[in-house]
Design a protein around this ligand. Structure first.
Ligand code: MRU
Length: 347
């Protein structure tokens, strides 16, 4: 099921806040609607946010095609700037918006209809890039993993967060198609339960053997020798290989190190941000207290209590066994390894 789909005059978004109990699609036609859909996590996951933003720009700009070129381009820049304020951590959002901006600027002297068509093409090519990247990541990941292994993953880095196969879930989904089977433990992922609601849902639908655990069970399973490898996605990888991902990922990485279990981070090259030197420079989104104290409508902490709710954490590169990308695998990622990978980057 596609999380984001271009429907010619609007963007169709699968509302992930309702999963796994309800499958409902939103019709997005304006920048405000797309901003809300990203902010409220109706569409979430780094690559999917980028794809959605690209299509969001294309959809929102339709109403300006019949206006002057000056108005069209002024509104285009405003729309891009506005969507960039929706969420701060996943760099794919900014990567995709930058591509839309460049496309608009390179058609500065063309008729609006031609620019609009180019923006729609650019958004489609962003989607295609992410789809191909997921397949490549899956191929590379399968070279590191063996049939029958038991994997642990955190949050959701599957088709719902990307295009089709996902990143961390790509070896499981691609493997399934090829007769390579894994047993998967999905961390529930407090506070918004992306692991329990989304990872479990999509792996179960694909027929992958998946078991949900609460986040605080991972250490015990590792100690019992039940986990062969951990594989997670990422929202932004700094130039030195430090990787931001869903809150709780860092704890899993520390546990994996202690138990000498390989810890893999999977993500497309569009998630690498060479302008962010280290993980300490990655902006970490802080979300509302109600997600922790009153998640899904059930109060779990007293009214008025202080709550801290960072949505992401950073795993230092020295805890990462390998960074699996569409361009190849970087073992023990560091600044040199990331630079080398990017020097053969074609996108
Ligand atoms: O807050 P979310 O649900 O957007 O967070 C998503 C994650 O942290 C994913 O692990 C990450 O985006 C990788 S998706 C391939």
């Amino acid at each position: 099921m596609k999380p984001v789909e271009w429907a010619e005059d609007h963007v169709k978004i699968l509302d992930q806040t309702l999963l796994p109990t309800e499958v409902k699609f939103l019709e997005i036609r304006t920048a405000q609607q797309m901003w809300d859909a990203i902010k409220m996590l109706c569409v979430r996951g780094a690559p999917a946010i980028g794809v959605a933003a690209g299509y969001g720009v294309a959809a929102a700009m339709q109403e300006y095609v019949d206006q002057s070129m000056e108005t069209y381009h002024r509104e285009l820049e405003k729309t891009i700037e506005y969507l960039a304020t929706s969420r701060p951590t996943a760099v794919n959002l900014f990567w995709a918006l930058e591509r839309m901006k460049e496309t608009g600027r390179s058609h500065r002297n063309d008729a609006n209809a031609a620019t609009q068509a180019a923006l729609e093409e650019q958004a489609k090519s962003i989607e295609k890039y992410e789809e191909n990247a997921c397949v490549a990541i899956g191929e590379h990941a399968l070279t590191l993993l063996k049939d029958g292994m038991t994997l642990l993953t955190h949050c959701n880095a599957g088709g719902l967060a990307t295009v089709r196969y996902g990143t961390a879930l790509a070896p499981m989904l691609l493997g399934k198609e090829r007769g390579v089977h894994f047993k998967v433990y999905a961390d529930e992922t407090r506070p918004l339960l992306q692991g329990a609601r989304l990872t479990a849902w999509e792996l179960q639908q694909a027929g992958v053997d998946v078991t949900v655990i609460t986040d605080n069970m991972a250490g015990m399973l590792m100690k019992q020798g039940k986990i062969d490898a951990v594989i997670v996605g990422c929202d932004r990888v700094a130039a030195n290989g430090d990787a931001a991902n869903k809150i709780g990922t860092y704890s899993v990485a520390v546990l994996a190190k202690h138990h000498q279990i390989p810890f893999y981070v999977a993500g497309p090259a569009s998630t690498i941000d060479v302008n962010t030197p280290t993980g300490a420079h990655i902006p970490i989104e802080e979300r509302g207290m109600e997600e922790v104290a009153c998640g899904f409508g059930k109060r779990t902490a007293p009214e008025g209590v202080k709550v801290y709710n960072p949505a992401f954490d950073v795993t230092p590169h020295d805890l990462i066994t390998a960074f699996i990308t569409d361009k190849g695998i970087v073992e023990k990622p560091d600044e040199a390894g990331i630079a080398k990978l990017l020097s053969c980057r074609t996108e």
